[in-house]
Ligand binder design. Structure first.
Ligand SMILES: Cc1cc2nc3c(=O)[nH]c(=O)nc-3n(C[C@H](O)[C@H](O)[C@H](O)COP(=O)(O)OP(=O)(O)OC[C@H]3O[C@@H](n4cnc5c(N)ncnc54)[C@H](O)[C@@H]3O)c2cc1C
Length: 537
């Protein structure tokens, strides 16, 4: 399906806002949060025929959903923890996502280097089970490869004691691009989705059940009260804020842990195969994944005090990744070689009363229903976003005694669907939309903005016209991935991007100046200073 938006439901923010401004409308389902989880729920609701509204306080996928390791995976490490059910569920979802969004999800080969006979046995057998669990939806069989093949595939690898490697398959994707395509899929099916629209309160009837939400438009400052038959809290690490709107005395349900990634030029890791290190010096799993012609390395797991939309990497996390990556790169990277550093937050189950320790929330998701009928969903993974949506809507129908309907998202092509993309094409991630962008470039509509990032003016205009981009950050961080791929270069082109957007959105010079300042300030948080802060040297 390509560009099949009805006239009244184009991806244009003002059109979407008009729909919520109508006080006569009662929405069947209002979803709070425009990350992977909220989008999965909203899409499932709309394909079941429900009048569905999704609101996001910032931009779609501004939270954790644009900050993942970019894997569509069954989760080898959950298998090691014995969570077969979760791996089975995620492996099925991995297969479905490869089928439904082949323009964004690719089959990626991974190698685990092996230095002992025990590891060889453990990983070879473990990955055979991993292959078997995914059944017909497997992406390929795992094999043991020789020492020489391992060295050829991973040129920077430590060769002392190397026995060979275990090669296996998982999926790799572009997280925020998938989120944008899900928004478009939602609109195409008649749903409503609005970014920069925050839920600031819940409305309840005389029966104390939630029957609407209060929205604050973060662009205009206006507020709206909308009627809703079901309200769903899909706000990731912010779930407790919404739960507190429902019940100010509600106990904290989650704590937060941070995961950091560093991005490097491909020259440090000139391989098409991803690397999986199952046990780093401190027992963590670390990945090096080729992504948009760069390599992403991560992640860490560090408790932090509070949930923030723009989390900051800690020095010890940066140092840990730099050190560990050095052992597998062709040359030792310095802090200056880091093109970008980004952090994402995962929820952990809050400690039970009287206990000190947190424990990791199962990566399987959890659905809770408050006495007020507020539905909350936490945990899960990007890979399982579709199943989470399906499970939530089944729960809503059951709990509210609605007639049972059927989810059809398992076989639904996502906006942009295109088979066999040319991964070398700089516009590949637009899928079926790429043809239109290419034509505009050929027609001389603007010029290339960045050679190294292969970014064209047409992409900026497209993001405004078709992808609801409102700010320079939306374009450079989530419609394109410039901020994550090369933060310095993204700052260089930011004034040009702001000027093009101002033209497309009808904004003035003051807007351009404000955007350039805000973006530069933000991007500085993705750059490392040349020297380590004194306290750590
Ligand atoms: C470091 C890291 C790496 C990961 N890597 C992978 C991976 O490789 N593969 C994988 O499958 N999974 C991965 N995951 C997991 C995956 O990224 C998350 O499960 C998923 O992105 C969570 O999505 P979410 O929608 O629940 O949360 P979020 O993406 O955080 O979305 C919640 C949204 O709610 C919005 N919101 C909050 N309050 C309000 C309000 N009052 N009104 C309106 N909106 C509001 C926020 O702005 C936010 O955008 C990773 C997670 C982390 C932390």
């Amino acid at each position: 399906m390509q560009n099949s938006f009805s006239d009244g439901n184009r991806p244009e923010r003002s059109l979407q806002v008009k729909r919520v401004a109508d006080p006569q409308t009662t929405w069947d389902v209002v979803v709070i949060g425009g990350g992977a989880t909220g989008l999965g729920v909203a899409l499932d609701a709309v394909v079941r025929g429900y009048r569905t509204l999704l609101v996001e306080q910032a931009d779609f996928a501004k939270g954790t959903s644009s900050r993942s390791t970019k894997l569509v995976h069954g989760g080898v490490r959950y298998l090691a923890q014995g969570d077969v059910r979760l791996v089975r569920e995620a492996s099925i979802e991995r297969g479905l996502l490869c089928r439904n969004a082949p323009h964004l999800v690719r089959n990626q080969t991974f190698i685990i280097p092996v230095y002992s006979w025990w590891d060889r046995l453990e990983y070879t057998l473990g990955l055979k089970v991993y292959d078997w669990i995914s059944g017909k939806l497997t992406l390929g069989s795992s094999v043991f490869i020789s020492r020489q093949q391992t060295i050829d595939s991973l040129p920077g690898i430590r060769t002392k004691g190397l026995l060979g490697g275990v090669q296996y398959h998982d999926g790799q994707f572009d997280d925020s691009r998938l989120a944008i395509n899900l928004v478009q899929s939602l609109l195409e099916r008649g749903g409503c989705a609005i970014n920069y629209m925050k839920v600031s309160g819940l409305r309840k009837g005389s029966d104390r059940k939630v029957n609407g939400v209060i929205l604050e438009d973060r662009e205009s400052g206006l507020t709206y009260t909308v009627n809703a038959k079901a309200a769903i809290n899909a706000t990731g690490v912010f779930v407790d804020d919404i739960l507190a709107m429902d019940n100010p005395a509600a106990p904290k349900s989650i704590c937060v842990s941070q995961g950091v990634h560093l991005v490097f030029d491909k020259k440090f890791y000139p391989s098409e195969q991803a690397l999986m290190i199952p046990k780093t010096s401190d027992g963590r799993v670390l990945f090096a994944v080729p992504w948009h012609n760069k390599v992403v390395v991560g992640t860490t797991d560090t408790p932090v005090d509070e949930a923030r939309l723009e989390p900051q990497a800690q020095e010890k996390e940066i140092r840990f990744i730099l050190e560990t990556a050095s052992g597998y790169f062709t040359q030792r990277p310095t802090r200056n070689d880091v093109l970008s550093v980004f952090a994402g937050l995962r929820p952990l189950a809050a400690p039970a009363k009287g206990k000190q320790k947190t424990k990791e929330i199962s990566r399987s998701h959890k659905i809770m229903v408050s006495p007020s009928n507020l539905f909350t969903i936490i945990g899960g993974k990007w890979t399982t976003y579709r199943k989470m949506g399906q499970d939530m809507m089944e729960r809503v129908e059951k709990h509210l005694h609605w007639s049972r309907t059927k989810s059809t998202t398992a076989l639904m092509h996502i906006h942009g669907y295109a088979e066999s993309p040319d991964w070398q094409d700089p516009l590949y991630f637009y899928g079926s939309d790429a043809k239109q962008l290419r034509q505009r470039i050929v027609d001389g509509d603007g010029q290339w903005i960045s050679d190294s990032l292969q970014l064209h003016e047409v992409q900026v205009r497209w993001a405004v016209e078709n992808e609801m981009a409102r700010t320079v950050e939306d374009v450079l961080s989530r419609r394109t991935r410039a901020l994550l791929l090369d933060a310095r270069e993204s700052v260089r082109i930011c004034p040009q991007v702001a000027a093009i957007m101002a033209d497309a959105l009808g904004r003035d010079k003051a807007w351009i100046t404000g955007q350039v300042d805000a973006y530069t300030n933000l991007a500085n948080g993705y750059l490392l200073s040349e020297k380590e802060p004194a306290a750590l040297v």
